[in-house]
Design a protein around this ligand. Structure first.
Ligand SMILES: [Zn+2]
Length: 160
């Protein structure tokens, strides 16, 4: 997996060069051509996709298919469906990428760093040998895995 060096930058996004849709996650849901298709899995009420600007290889987002901005807008049933998907994602990422740990959670509200209003939960695999200094130097992170290849592997894993 080490023959493809993929680097990504969030600079364009921060400058406002966002994809030309009202909501990027609704765009993924609607399979809009303006949004890169990073979808991995679709359940009754949720979608799992790779993050467009991954913090680490295997960085996933789980978000409701309906455009919801607050966690309290989800029903009990939806919350448990989302939790089941989180656990399933952890198991699959462990099998595929063998991370040393995970950061999992929400950024709620702009002051928390949320750049997309559509509610989404991050699942960020953490590895023991991360080269974090690249973030500090240039805002760029080197991801030593081909994201398209990873997407294919994860789609296969999530398929029943
Ligand atoms: Zn939306």
């Amino acid at each position: 997996m080490r023959n493809h060096l993929f680097s990504t930058s969030k600079i364009d996004y921060i400058r406002g060069n966002k994809p030309d849709v009202d909501c990027i996650l609704c765009g993924i849901r609607d399979r809009s051509e303006a949004v890169k298709n990073l979808e991995i899995f679709r359940s009754g009420n949720f979608i799992i996709s790779l993050n467009l600007y991954p913090y680490n290889p295997g960085h996933l987002m789980i978000f409701p298919r309906k455009h919801v901005e607050e966690l309290e807008d989800l029903s009990e049933d939806e919350l448990s469906e989302m939790n089941r998907l989180v656990i399933r994602s952890i198991k699959i990422l462990r099998e595929e990428l063998a991370p040393g740990g995970f950061n999992i959670g929400f950024n709620l509200g702009e002051v928390s760093g949320a750049s997309i209003r559509h509610l989404h939960q991050h699942i960020v695999p953490r590895y023991g040998n991360e080269a974090g200094f690249l973030d500090i130097l240039s805002g760029t992170r080197v991801v030593v895995i081909d994201p398209n290849e990873l997407q294919k592997r994860l789609i296969a894993k999530f398929s029943p």
